[in-house]
Design a protein around this ligand. Structure first.
Ligand code: GLN
Length: 190
Protein backbone atom coordinates (compact mmCIF):
# COMPACT_ATOMS: atom_id res chain seq x y z
CA UNK A 1 0.00 0.00 0.00
CA UNK A 2 0.93 3.65 -0.32
CA UNK A 3 3.26 5.48 2.03
CA UNK A 4 2.88 9.24 2.15
CA UNK A 5 5.20 11.58 3.99
CA UNK A 6 3.85 14.31 6.25
CA UNK A 7 6.39 17.01 7.01
CA UNK A 8 6.57 16.76 10.81
CA UNK A 9 8.41 19.86 11.99
CA UNK A 10 5.44 21.84 13.32
CA UNK A 11 1.67 22.02 12.76
CA UNK A 12 -1.24 19.68 11.95
CA UNK A 13 0.79 16.49 11.54
CA UNK A 14 -1.20 13.87 13.47
CA UNK A 15 -4.50 14.99 11.91
CA UNK A 16 -3.11 14.30 8.43
CA UNK A 17 -1.75 10.93 9.47
CA UNK A 18 -5.16 10.01 10.94
CA UNK A 19 -6.97 10.95 7.73
CA UNK A 20 -4.48 9.00 5.63
CA UNK A 21 -5.04 5.99 7.86
CA UNK A 22 -8.78 6.22 7.12
CA UNK A 23 -7.88 5.85 3.44
CA UNK A 24 -5.69 2.82 4.09
CA UNK A 25 -2.54 4.87 3.50
CA UNK A 26 0.43 4.88 5.84
CA UNK A 27 1.46 8.42 6.79
CA UNK A 28 5.13 8.70 7.64
CA UNK A 29 6.50 11.60 9.68
CA UNK A 30 9.22 13.39 7.73
CA UNK A 31 11.86 15.08 9.86
CA UNK A 32 15.02 14.52 7.84
CA UNK A 33 16.14 14.20 4.23
CA UNK A 34 16.68 10.48 4.89
CA UNK A 35 12.97 10.06 5.79
CA UNK A 36 11.97 11.44 2.38
CA UNK A 37 13.54 8.43 0.66
CA UNK A 38 10.83 6.18 2.13
CA UNK A 39 7.84 7.92 0.50
CA UNK A 40 6.31 8.67 -2.92
CA UNK A 41 4.39 11.80 -1.96
CA UNK A 42 4.65 14.58 0.61
CA UNK A 43 2.10 16.66 2.51
CA UNK A 44 3.25 19.98 3.95
CA UNK A 45 0.66 20.67 6.65
CA UNK A 46 -0.90 23.78 8.14
CA UNK A 47 0.66 25.40 11.15
CA UNK A 48 2.81 28.48 11.38
CA UNK A 49 4.54 29.17 8.08
CA UNK A 50 7.35 31.22 9.63
CA UNK A 51 8.18 28.43 12.11
CA UNK A 52 7.98 25.66 9.50
CA UNK A 53 10.13 27.66 7.08
CA UNK A 54 12.80 28.24 9.72
CA UNK A 55 12.79 24.56 10.75
CA UNK A 56 13.01 23.36 7.12
CA UNK A 57 16.28 25.26 6.85
CA UNK A 58 17.54 24.20 10.29
CA UNK A 59 17.13 20.49 9.60
CA UNK A 60 18.52 20.79 6.08
CA UNK A 61 15.32 19.87 4.23
CA UNK A 62 15.11 22.88 1.90
CA UNK A 63 16.96 21.44 -1.12
CA UNK A 64 15.84 17.83 -0.44
CA UNK A 65 12.17 18.89 -0.57
CA UNK A 66 12.79 20.82 -3.80
CA UNK A 67 14.51 17.78 -5.35
CA UNK A 68 11.70 15.52 -4.16
CA UNK A 69 9.07 17.80 -5.72
CA UNK A 70 10.69 17.54 -9.15
CA UNK A 71 9.78 13.83 -9.27
CA UNK A 72 6.96 13.32 -6.77
CA UNK A 73 3.60 14.87 -5.85
CA UNK A 74 3.55 17.45 -3.04
CA UNK A 75 0.42 18.79 -1.33
CA UNK A 76 0.63 22.01 0.70
CA UNK A 77 -2.32 22.87 2.95
CA UNK A 78 -2.77 26.28 4.57
CA UNK A 79 0.70 27.21 5.90
CA UNK A 80 1.95 24.49 3.53
CA UNK A 81 0.36 26.39 0.63
CA UNK A 82 2.30 29.49 1.66
CA UNK A 83 5.57 27.55 1.75
CA UNK A 84 4.98 25.96 -1.68
CA UNK A 85 4.35 29.38 -3.22
CA UNK A 86 6.70 31.56 -5.22
CA UNK A 87 6.01 34.95 -3.60
CA UNK A 88 4.12 36.64 -0.76
CA UNK A 89 2.18 39.88 -1.07
CA UNK A 90 2.57 40.90 2.58
CA UNK A 91 5.65 41.22 4.83
CA UNK A 92 7.03 37.84 3.84
CA UNK A 93 10.69 38.84 3.62
CA UNK A 94 11.59 36.53 6.48
CA UNK A 95 10.16 33.49 4.73
CA UNK A 96 12.27 31.39 2.43
CA UNK A 97 9.58 29.92 0.18
CA UNK A 98 10.08 26.55 -1.49
CA UNK A 99 8.93 28.03 -4.81
CA UNK A 100 7.29 24.82 -6.09
CA UNK A 101 4.23 26.43 -7.70
CA UNK A 102 3.86 29.75 -9.49
CA UNK A 103 1.46 31.52 -7.12
CA UNK A 104 1.54 34.79 -5.22
CA UNK A 105 0.16 34.30 -1.72
CA UNK A 106 -1.59 36.61 0.76
CA UNK A 107 -1.21 35.39 4.34
CA UNK A 108 -4.09 35.66 6.81
CA UNK A 109 -6.01 36.83 3.76
CA UNK A 110 -9.52 36.48 5.16
CA UNK A 111 -8.97 38.98 7.97
CA UNK A 112 -8.08 38.32 11.57
CA UNK A 113 -11.58 38.99 12.93
CA UNK A 114 -12.91 35.92 11.14
CA UNK A 115 -10.19 33.64 12.41
CA UNK A 116 -11.80 30.43 11.27
CA UNK A 117 -14.89 29.29 9.39
CA UNK A 118 -16.29 26.34 7.51
CA UNK A 119 -17.87 26.51 4.05
CA UNK A 120 -18.98 24.06 1.37
CA UNK A 121 -16.78 24.49 -1.69
CA UNK A 122 -17.26 23.44 -5.29
CA UNK A 123 -13.88 22.10 -6.32
CA UNK A 124 -13.02 21.44 -9.95
CA UNK A 125 -12.13 17.78 -10.67
CA UNK A 126 -13.20 16.82 -7.13
CA UNK A 127 -16.83 17.64 -6.44
CA UNK A 128 -19.48 20.00 -5.18
CA UNK A 129 -20.26 21.01 -1.59
CA UNK A 130 -17.02 19.78 -0.09
CA UNK A 131 -16.89 20.91 3.56
CA UNK A 132 -13.77 23.00 4.04
CA UNK A 133 -12.30 24.44 7.22
CA UNK A 134 -10.35 27.70 7.03
CA UNK A 135 -8.14 28.75 9.96
CA UNK A 136 -6.30 32.09 9.61
CA UNK A 137 -6.10 30.98 6.03
CA UNK A 138 -4.02 32.42 3.22
CA UNK A 139 -5.42 32.90 -0.27
CA UNK A 140 -3.81 32.93 -3.69
CA UNK A 141 -3.67 36.49 -5.00
CA UNK A 142 -2.55 35.53 -8.50
CA UNK A 143 -1.36 32.51 -10.46
CA UNK A 144 1.10 31.98 -13.30
CA UNK A 145 -0.17 30.75 -16.67
CA UNK A 146 0.74 27.08 -16.02
CA UNK A 147 -1.33 26.93 -12.84
CA UNK A 148 -4.86 25.47 -12.80
CA UNK A 149 -7.29 27.10 -10.40
CA UNK A 150 -9.45 24.45 -8.69
CA UNK A 151 -11.55 26.45 -6.24
CA UNK A 152 -12.46 29.96 -5.20
CA UNK A 153 -14.25 31.32 -2.17
CA UNK A 154 -15.41 34.93 -1.80
CA UNK A 155 -13.75 35.66 -5.18
CA UNK A 156 -10.40 34.53 -3.81
CA UNK A 157 -8.47 31.53 -5.15
CA UNK A 158 -8.22 28.88 -2.44
CA UNK A 159 -7.04 25.78 -4.31
CA UNK A 160 -4.76 25.27 -7.31
CA UNK A 161 -2.37 22.85 -8.94
CA UNK A 162 0.57 22.89 -11.30
CA UNK A 163 1.90 19.54 -12.47
CA UNK A 164 2.77 17.47 -9.39
CA UNK A 165 2.09 20.27 -6.94
CA UNK A 166 -1.31 20.73 -5.26
CA UNK A 167 -2.13 23.49 -2.77
CA UNK A 168 -5.20 24.56 -0.79
CA UNK A 169 -5.90 27.32 1.74
CA UNK A 170 -8.06 25.15 3.97
CA UNK A 171 -7.59 22.07 6.15
CA UNK A 172 -8.83 18.90 4.40
CA UNK A 173 -7.57 16.81 7.32
CA UNK A 174 -10.05 18.43 9.74
CA UNK A 175 -13.26 17.09 8.18
CA UNK A 176 -14.60 13.58 7.70
CA UNK A 177 -14.88 14.23 3.97
CA UNK A 178 -11.84 12.71 2.30
CA UNK A 179 -12.46 13.68 -1.35
CA UNK A 180 -9.63 16.20 -1.38
CA UNK A 181 -7.15 13.77 0.14
CA UNK A 182 -8.23 11.06 -2.33
CA UNK A 183 -7.58 13.47 -5.19
CA UNK A 184 -4.01 13.88 -3.96
CA UNK A 185 -3.63 10.11 -3.43
CA UNK A 186 -4.62 9.53 -7.05
CA UNK A 187 -1.52 11.45 -8.14
CA UNK A 188 0.74 8.97 -6.36
CA UNK A 189 1.71 5.65 -7.94
CA UNK A 190 1.11 2.47 -5.89
N1 GLN B 1 -1.74 31.98 9.12
C1 GLN B 1 -0.83 30.88 9.19
C2 GLN B 1 0.51 31.23 8.55
O1 GLN B 1 0.66 32.29 8.03
C3 GLN B 1 -1.40 29.66 8.51
C4 GLN B 1 -2.52 29.15 9.33
C5 GLN B 1 -2.76 27.69 9.18
O2 GLN B 1 -1.93 26.93 8.66
N2 GLN B 1 -3.89 27.26 9.69
O3 GLN B 1 1.41 30.42 8.62
Amino acid sequence: YKKIGVLALQGAVSEHIAQLQGLGVLGIEIKTAEDLKRVKGLIIPGGESTAISRLIQEVGLYEPIRDFARKNPVFGTCAGLILCGSSITDGGEKLKLLNLIDIDVTRNGFGRQIDSFEVDLDIRNIGKNIPSVFIRAPYIASVGEDVNVLAEYDKKIVMAEQGNILVCSFHPELTDDNHVMRYFMDKIPD
